[in-house]
Design a protein around this ligand. Structure first.
Ligand code: FES
Length: 148
């Protein structure tokens, strides 16, 4: 039996799927805008000519953060004043349960694009399961000997 060249199907592994979100002129510096992609709401923020994208719902009770304030660095929830850093998604104050998910952003042909399917920028790998400590050495106890 001969060895032939394997036919490997060519597949597109599209690990980055950026989608257009906003034209640049619709988001002036130091503003935040929420864009809806299907059922997902993403808040896009422009600060000092850099763009950031985070989930647009408060991690406390799901309130849209675009109804709150943007102080130039943090989104402030209108209900209980949880604050989230727009660069890292980190909860910096208040009752939010966790950080906001962040997304990669790029600018192409005058449009701000968001990578919806890529891993969250602030996602940490799940902690590996700690290894069980090695069993303690067993203590040898004298055993009785049976005589036949
Ligand atoms: S709903 Fe946002 S802080 Fe409570």
């Amino acid at each position: 039996m001969g060895v032939g060249a394997a036919r490997i199907p060519v597949m597109s592994l599209n690990v980055e799927s950026y989608v257009p979100a906003l034209p640049l002129e619709e988001i002036p510096d130091r503003t935040a805008k929420t864009v809806t992609f299907g059922r997902k709401k993403i808040c896009i923020v422009r600060v000092d000519e850099r763009f950031h994208a985070v989930d647009a719902l408060c991690t406390h009770m799901g309130v849209p953060l675009d109804q709150g304030e943007f102080n130039g660095a943090e989104l402030v929830c209108p209900w209980h004043a949880a604050r989230f850093c727009v660069k890292t998604g980190a909860k910096t104050h208040g009752p939010g349960f966790c950080d906001l998910k962040t997304y990669a952003v790029r600018v192409v042909n005058g449009w701000v694009e968001v990578n919806l399917d890529g891993p969250a920028l602030n996602e940490r790998p799940a902690p590996s399961r700690p290894m069980a400590p090695p069993p303690a050495p067993s203590v040898m106890t004298p055993t009785s000997r049976f005589r036949i």
